[in-house]
Design a protein around this ligand. Structure first.
Ligand code: ATP
Ligand code: MG
Length: 257
């Protein structure tokens, strides 16, 4: 692919001080990768391997200890303002504001961007409808099911029309059938709107359903295996990839620092 990468990590490391003051802890270790425009990349790895730390660096919430992270050619931490409206985030929990209705939750991002009121309302209503929530615009989060709340968060992320979507295990708390529907919906929406997406998960099946490419992380976050998944792949080829991924994940025990 010849176009400039949307996301580029060049030898990025992140070190945290240990809470007990006894030295430091490496969460991300000289991580390098590139994500091209329009790609959907699934990042897969065991708990504690540094996925969210990588995610937070892309989102500009934390700064690398060394190396360079570039998103859209800019430093996501230092040029934070540049990214207003350019990155949509779906967190693990739905992170909706309980005192705001579904509509008002989706409106939030648009209001932050100073979108004209009636236009913002129309956009928010359209995205809620697209996610099958017509008639629930005025419901508060406590009155919605987990799947519906997660749909509101997806509507909220898409409504600001960001170039980049970042998702950190958005469907992990849902039952498998609901999660499968939302995954298919998510991929369809990303394709239709030509966005670039990074999708974090710890489930192999989910990574392979969502990603054009799967990056398998080992702890501390580094790429232990990478697979490209083309729609034309045979079932046998997909199974071979799945076996490889399982073998890589089996190499390390799940552990917490
Ligand atoms: N702010 C912090 N201060 C100290 N240590 C941290 C901090 N954030 C993360 N860590 C440590 O870095 C390691 C990686 O954490 P991270 O949240 O990136 O893992 P993860 O792959 O997202 O795990 P999970 O699948 O459980 O969400 C963990 O050992 C964690 O304890
Ligand atoms: Mg995490």
């Amino acid at each position: 692919m010849t176009s400039a990468p949307v996301i580029r990590f060049d030898n990025v490391s992140k070190t945290f001080e240990r809470p007990d003051g006894r030295g430091s802890f490496v969460a991300v270790d000289k991580l390098s990768f590139e994500i091209a425009p329009g790609e959907i990349v699934a990042v897969l790895g065991k708990t504690g391997c540094g996925k969210s730390t990588m995610f937070n660096i892309v989102a500009g919430l934390i700064e690398p200890s060394s190396g360079k992270a570039l998103v859209d050619g800019h430093d996501p931490f230092r040029d934070f303002d540049y990214f207003r409206g350019k990155i949509g985030i779906v967190f693990q929990g739905d992170r909706l504001m309980p005192w705001r209705s579904a509509l008002d939750n989706v409106l939030l991002g648009l209001q932050i961007l100073d979108t004209d009121d009636s236009q913002a309302r129309e956009t928010a209503m359209r995205w809620l409808a697209r996610l099958g929530l017509s008639g629930h615009e005025n419901d508060y989060p406590h009155a919605l099911s987990g799947g519906m709340r997660q749909r509101v968060s997806i509507a909220r992320a898409f409504a600001v029309d960001p170039n980049i979507l970042l998702c950190d295990e958005p469907f992990s708390a849902l039952d498998e059938m609901t999660a499968r529907d939302l995954r298919a919906e998510f991929v369809r929406l990303v394709r239709q709107t030509h966005k670039t997406a990074v999708f974090i998960t710890h489930q192999i099946g989910e990574a392979m359903e969502i990603g054009d490419r799967v990056l398998v992380f080992q702890r501390p976050a580094r790429i232990a295996y990478e697979a490209r998944l083309s729609p034309g792949m045979s079932e046998a080829e997909r199974q071979a990839v799945q076996q490889q991924i399982m073998a890589v994940l089996a190499q390390e025990p799940a552990s917490v620092a």
